[in-house]
Design a protein around this ligand. Structure first.
Ligand code: ZN
Length: 341
C-alpha cells in the first residue's frame, strides 16, 4: 500500500466511523457505553424500587451527579440496586425534554461502568460497581446525586433479605406474587430507618433473582449484626393463618441467638399486623436461617392461602404495618444487645 492510498483509506475509515457514531447518537434508541465490561452480569427487573435520604453529605470528589431535565420531578425518578450483583439502575421519563448525557459528572471511584439507553423518552442508566456498595441518593435542584457507601464503615448494620425475586416469584395467588410484597415491605422499612444510627442494607432492592446460597454468602462476607429475611407463607391442605418467624434451633435460645431474634420480631410484627401469633418456629432446614453466621430469622408475615392474611399483606397499609413491626423489632434487638442506645 503506497502513502496516497493509505491516506485515502485512513480518511475514508475515519469518515465511516463518524457516520457510524452519528447514526448511533442520533437514533432514538441510542445507547452509549462509557466503559465496556462484558463480564458484568446484566440486571433485569421492573425497577420499581424507590428510596431516598433526606440529607446526604456531599463530596465533590466522590459523587455521581446526574442533571435531571426540566419537568421531571423527584417522584418520576426510580433508583434501584442490587448489592449482591453490584448493580444500580436509574430511570425516568424525560417528558418533552432531552437528557444530556454529557452533563453527567462522575467522580465516584466505586463505579466501573455506566451505560445509557433510551426508549420512547424513558432514560435508563445502568451502573456497575466495583464492590458491594450501599447506594444512597438525593434529589436537589434538578440534580440527582448518588453516593456509594462501603458497608464495612457502618458500626451497626442489619442485612434485610426480601424473599425471592426475578423469575422466582415465590408464592403466587391470582397473580399476586410473594416477591413483590416482600420487596414493597422492605422498601417501606428502608424509608423508616433512613435516619437511624444503624444502617440497613438489602440483598436486593429490585426485582432480581439471587439464590439462597448467594444471599447467605453475601451475609457472611459482609458480617451484619442481624439478618432478617422477609417472606409470605403458603399452606393449601387446610385454611390456617398467622405470622410465624423461623429460627435456627442449633444455636440455642440465649440473647443474640436466632431464636431470640425470631421471638422479638414475631411479637413486634404481630403487634402491628394484628395477625394470629404462631410464634417462633424451628427452621433448621431453611438455608439462609441455618447458614447465616449472624443472628438470623425468617419472617413469614402471613399465609397467602388465607383470605384474611392476604387482604392484610397485599394492601399498602398492611405492608406499611409489617415494615413498622420489623423496624421496631430490629430496634429492640439492637437495643437489647447493646448495639444501639
Ligand atoms: Zn418465600
Amino acid at each position: 500500500m503506497d502513502k496516497v492510498t493509505l491516506r485515502a483509506s485512513v480518511i475514508s475509515g475515519i469518515l465511516f466511523l463518524v457516520v457510524i457514531i452519528l447514526i448511533f447518537e442520533l437514533s432514538p434508541g441510542f445507547s452509549q457505553r462509557i466503559k465496556a465490561n462484558p463480564t458484568e452480569k446484566e440486571v433485569s427487573g421492573d425497577k420499581n424500587a424507590k428510596s431516598a435520604v433526606k440529607t446526604m453529605e456531599m463530596d465533590p470528589n466522590d459523587n455521581l451527579d446526574i442533571p435531571i431535565p426540566e419537568g421531571v420531578t423527584e417522584s418520576d425518578i426510580t433508583v434501584s440496586s442490587n448489592m449482591i450483583y453490584k448493580s444500580v439502575n436509574i430511570s425516568f421519563d424525560v417528558k418533552d425534554n432531552t437528557f444530556d448525557v454529557a452533563g453527567v459528572k462522575n467522580t465516584a471511584k466505586q463505579i466501573i461502568q455506566i451505560s445509557y439507553s433510551s426508549d420512547n423518552g424513558r432514560i435508563d442508566i445502568s451502573i456497575s460497581l466495583g464492590g458491594h456498595y450501599n447506594v444512597k441518593w438525593l434529589y436537589q435542584d434538578n440534580h440527582l446525586y448518588v453516593r456509594f457507601f462501603d458497608i464495612n464503615n457502618s458500626a451497626v448494620k442489619v442485612l434485610v433479605d426480601p424473599g425471592h425475586g426475578g423469575n422466582d416469584v415465590g408464592a403466587n395467588r391470582d397473580g399476586i406474587f410473594e416477591k413483590n410484597i416482600t420487596l414493597s415491605v422492605c422498601q417501606k422499612l428502608k424509608e423508616l430507618a433512613a435516619d437511624d444510627e444503624f444502617e440497613l442494607y438489602f440483598t436486593r432492592e429490585d426485582d432480581t433473582y439471587s439464590s439462597v446460597e448467594e444471599r447467605a454468602a453475601f451475609a457472611n462476607e459482609t458480617g451484619p449484626d442481624l439478618y432478617v429475611s422477609v417472606h409470605i407463607n403458603w399452606y393449601d391442605e387446610g385454611d390456617i393463618q398467622g405470622t410465624s418467624v423461623l429460627y435456627n434451633s442449633l444455636n440455642g435460645t440465649d440473647k443474640g441467638s436466632s431464636y431470640w431474634l425470631a421471638d422479638i420480631l414475631d411479637r413486634a410484627v404481630v403487634k402491628q399486623l394484628g395477625t394470629v401469633d404462631k410464634g417462633p418456629v424451628e427452621g433448621d432446614s431453611i438455608y439462609v436461617v441455618r447458614y447465616t453466621q449472624a443472628p438470623a430469622a425468617l419472617i413469614e408475615l402471613g399465609f397467602m392461602t388465607n383470605d384474611n392474611d392476604l387482604n392484610i399483606i397485599n394492601s399498602d397499609e398492611g405492608q406499611a404495618k409489617a415494615a413498622k413491626g420489623i423496624y421496631e423489632g430490629i430496634k429492640q434487638a439492637l437495643t437489647e444487645s447493646n448495639k444501639i442506645k
